[in-house]
Design a protein around this ligand. Structure first.
Ligand code: PEP
Ligand code: MG
Length: 931
């Protein structure tokens, strides 16, 4: 266990025991609270209990934890009391605290928070005398019971009931009194609600609500530690690849109140636009409210800046007069506070060199900053901010590149709604464009339904009044998220942006009925299962399913990609079999084709017939006759690809799949085939039956086809080289690489090599001309990796086929692993799906060995990878570290691989400089020792 001597770090009055570097021990929130104090930002005093204590609590339990931290926590509460001039448990002059989680990486809303702790009925009376504000005091008390009751005492909805039981009491009271919002409750109402809340706690837990502030504090601290392991937090960490062993810190901080009247407020501000990345200060606030009101989205927030407020009003169809009267900005309402907030925001962004997401509270005209963290953002936002910050000299090139998560580029590459479709479509409502993207799906209202429907292959849109952390799984399963309430900083908006998922928030005109499972607009009712389409960039909601088309790549995206290429060592190619794929790959910056699966070219209507004729032929002469029909068609395909690639390398693999994949198994189609070929149906049927294999993936496929039927390899070689010669006469260069699949023995390699080279020589003689070509093999059978030095004597290049290599190393069938892999992942028997993320420990060893042996056999051996892993960032990094020349992936993953390749090179360099610094400091110690 690490640091046990100091378990609590205090901060306040511009001093702090911690700083921003101490995220591992203090969590991100605790470290940043300390840092803000050091920067002179107004932060309520408090203290952080370290993440080490979370581990103690989870391993050794409540009593052990309290025995370790009790003295330091007691002294730290005294520190808060001295700074605030209040006393914990004192009815005349009470001290209230908030208790919040905070791990190394922010996990918005996944763990628990308790506000207003330290209050009881006695203190309520005292405080009313002190503040003369009974409404505020009773409101604070009812909020505390609600939070503490659900977080610490686990008061939950009864089975089958969806609503939060505390919210149900509030709603009932509101209905009875005919109030519009929670703000209409008076002190007496809130007092009665507090009483009902306590009765609810007693009824559902059998326990009295605790009055002693110390008991409340220990309960809250342990509940926050406990929340590290709650289901949604565990799920969030799995989703985001965050280690379970980190633990959370607990931050206890003097309360400041945004609900003390019209000169109090609470809000969230961003230094840049989290959706688009634009450098515009923005955010939302609520007058007379506490923090959770903004995130919960239960009240419509107002905009911080006047510019933002005008934009919001125009989106919502609200005129300037009404906006000024009913929805003024913070800038207009509290200009001095606004200026101070903008100043703090700027200082924080400059200090942390990243977009900040800042929580603030105004208590009776005084600004307090409660939290700052690097803001979650969309993929597009990530790119724009990184490029802008590079130009602003806030970041250097390498840091700017590392700021963009390669996986998030996916969001930028995907289609948008077709403009022609939008013109015709029926827009049923408009909300806030909370997270961009275009998505269509069937309406579902509950997380469970989103999961079930999506597991059956349905596209769904999760429609909620507002979302809460409980909805995380549904949000993951859905194509898009739509809420009727909440603003740009509501839970739905923040989480969707973090996931890069399309989201429209606050579509207030929608009436959602959970019981009937319907959405009502002014003149339309939609029900569960109906299609809707969300445009997350405009906030428009359309009836039905809209067609999509390719989006435009931004100038910043191109800049980032070019920068990535300058830093990367690995080249990125694409797997592509059609001119369409090739064009997409080129548009995304592929520097070659790493795998052209020729079999994909045989499925076109015109080719499949000749292919079947070849497969069904009785002898070599029959096969050659059919192959002669295929040759010009294959040649034409290669010409098209070479022409597009214009001199860039094109790796073409000879036929790989088992032959039964090309013949019909359906009796009716077999009969049609029999008619067309003029062969009796019975014979065709028998021949097809003879192609049956128990385990075709391990059967008659790959180079075993070319070895048993050499005429296939001959025809394909001829098609490739003739195509290259033809386009040479058009003045276009080509660089063909002929690749043998599934090689497992040197003899197979030699046989195929001879066929290819002899065929090449024949063609060169015929044309009286030559073109350069390379001849190599896939390494996808473990045996090939083991004898790579011998194979390399005959191969000019290797390409790792990690799909088959994974299949054969694990012994998991690529086609059948769906039956057990989900359970293996759920139970952590495997950390990742090995068909998606390269298994570096096992399959990786074979690659390492094959690279070393291959280079020993042929020092200038060219090496790449063309399995699915070629577009997965951690696998790309592995390939970089193993010294491969290139990775090849599907066209849409080319940008991801380009950026991942740059990350790999930068990480390698950074690690090298850390090691050399460490060595230098060891040397210094050594010198000192000798002195
Ligand atoms: C592989 O096995 O990794 C590969 C690229 O070949 P295929 O997926 O076509 O078997
Ligand atoms: Mg393969």
């Amino acid at each position: 266990m690490g640091n046990l001597t100091k378990t609590v770090f205090i901060f306040g009055d511009k001093k702090a025991e911690g700083n921003a570097e101490m995220k591992n021990l203090l969590g991100s929130k605790g470290a940043n609270l300390a840092e803000m104090n050091l920067l002179g930002i107004p932060v309520p005093p408090g203290f952080t209990i370290t993440t080490e204590m979370c581990k103690i609590y989870l391993e050794e339990g409540h009593d052990k934890l309290i025995s370790i931290i009790k003295n330091e926590v007691t002294a730290s509460i005294k520190f808060i009391e001295e700074r605030t001039g209040t006393r914990f448990s004192d009815a005349e002059n009470p001290c209230f605290v908030s208790v919040r989680s905070g791990s190394r990486a922010s996990m918005p809303g996944m763990m628990d928070t308790i506000l207003n702790l330290g209050i009881n009925e006695n203190i309520v009376e005292g405080l009313i005398k002190k503040t003369n504000n009974a409404r505020f005091v009773w409101d604070s008390y009812r909020r505390f019971i609600q939070m503490y009751g659900s977080v610490v005492m686990n008061v939950r909805a009864e089975a089958g009931d969806f609503a939060d039981p505390f919210e149900e009491i509030l709603e009932k009271e509101k209905k009875q009194k005919c109030y519009q919002s929670d703000n209409d409750f008076n002190a007496e109402d809130l007092k009665n609600i507090s009483k009902s809340f306590k009765q609810l706690v007693k009824k559902s837990t059998g326990k009295d609500f605790p009055n002693d502030p110390w008991e409340q504090l220990w309960g809250a601290v342990t509940a926050v530690f406990e929340s590290w392991m709650n289901e949604r937090a565990v799920y969030y960490r799995e989703l985001n690849n965050l280690p379970q062993e980190w633990g959370t810190a607990v931050n206890v901080q003097a309360m400041v109140f945004g609900n003390m009247g019209q000169n109090s407020a609470t809000g969230v501000a961003f230094t840049r636009d989290a959706s688009t990345g634009e450098k515009t200060f923005n955010g939302e606030f609520l007058i007379n409210a506490q923090g959770e009101d903004v995130v919960a989205g239960t009240r419509t927030p107002r905009q911080i800046t006047t510019e933002g407020s005008r934009r919001w009003a125009s989106l919502s169809g609200i005129g300037e007069d009404i906006r000024c009267r009913d929805f003024p900005s913070l800038e207009e309402m509290m200009p001095e506070i606004y200026q101070e907030l903008a100043g703090c925001a700027q200082m924080l962004e400059l200090n942390f060199k990243d977009m900040q997401d800042i929580e603030f509270t105004v208590q009776e005209g005084k600004l307090w900053i409660l939290q700052t963290r690097n803001g979650k953002r969309t993929g597009a936002g990530m790119v724009k901010m990184a490029v802008d910050m590079l130009h602003e000299n806030l970041l250097d090139e390498k840091t700017a590149l590392l700021r963009v998560d390669p996986k998030r580029l996916d969001e930028l590459l995907h289609p948008i709604f077709d403009q022609d479709e939008i013109i015709k479509a029926c827009c049923i409502a408009q909300g806030l464009p909370a997270s961009p993207g275009a998505s269509s799906g069937r309406i579902v209202f509950f997380t469970e339904d989103a999961q079930v429907w999506s597991s059956k292959g349905e596209n769904v849109i999760l429609v909620r009044m507002e979302t809460s952390p409980e909805d995380l799984k549904g949000m993951v399963a859905a194509q898009g998220i739509l809420t009727a309430r909440g603003g740009m900083t509501s839970h739905a908006a923040v989480v969707a942006r973090g996931m890069g998922k399309c989201c429209i928030a606050g579509a207030e005109s929608l009436k959602i009925d959970y019981k009937q499972r319907t959405i009502q607009t002014e003149n339309l009712t939609l029900k569960e299962g109906d299609w809707i389409s969300l445009d997350g960039s405009t906030g428009k909601i359309y009836k039905g399913k809209l067609k999509t088309s390719e989006g435009q790549l931004s100038v910043d995206f191109e800049k980032l990609m070019n920068l990535a290429d300058q830093h990367a060592r690995l080249k990125v190619r694409s797997n592509a079999d059609t001119p369409m794929d090739v064009m997409t790959a080129l548009r995304f910056g592929a520097k070659g084709i790493g795998l052209c699966r020729t079999e994909h070219m045989f499925f076109d209507d015109d080719k499949i017939m000749a292919m079947r004729e070849m497969i069904l032929a009785d002898n070599e002469a029959g096969r050659r006759k059919a192959l002669a029909k295929l040759l010009p068609m294959q040649r034409k395909d290669f010409e098209d690809i070479f022409r597009l690639m214009n001199g860039l390398p094109v790796n073409i693999r000879l036929l790989d799949p088992p032959l039964h994949e090309f013949v019909p198994h359906d009796e009716k189609i077999q009969k049609e085939l029999a008619d067309e070929l003029g062969i009796p149906h019975e014979i065709i049927k028998k021949k097809i039956e003879s192609l049956y294999e128990f385990n075709p993936m391990m059967g008659h496929r790959g180079c075993r086809l070319g070895t048993t039927y050499p005429e296939i390899s001959e025809m394909q070689t001829a098609a490739i080289l003739e195509a290259a010669l033809h386009i040479k006469y058009e003045g276009i260069e080509s660089l063909p690489e002929i690749m043998i699949p599934l090689t497992g023995t040197v003899e197979e390699m030699q046989i195929q090599k001879n066929i290819i080279n002899q065929t090449a020589e024949k063609i060169f003689e015929q044309y009286d001309d030559r073109i350069p070509y390379l001849l190599g093999t896939m390494i996808e059978v473990p045996r090939a990796a083991l004898i790579a030095d011998k194979i390399a004597e005959h191969a000019e290049f290797f390409s790792f086929g990690t799909n088959d290599l994974t299949q054969m190393t694990y012994g998991y069938s690529r086609d059948d692993s769906g039956k057990f892999l989900p359970m293996y992942l759920e139970k952590s028997i495997l950390k990742h799906d090995p068909f998606q993320v390269l298994d570096q420990q096992g399959v990786g060893q074979l690659i390492t060995m094959a690279v070393q042996k291959g280079k020993a056999g042929r020092p200038n051996l060219k090496i790449g990878i063309c399995g699915e892993h070629g577009g997965e960032p951690s696998s790309v990094e592995f390939c970089h570290n193993e010294g491969l020349n290139y990775v090849s992936c599907s066209p849409y993953r080319v940008p991801i691989a380009r950026l991942a390749a740059a990350h790999a090179a930068i990480n390698e360099e950074n690690n090298r400089s850390i090691t050399s610094r460490q060595n230098a400091s060891k040397a210094i110690c050594f010198e000192n020792y000798h002195f």
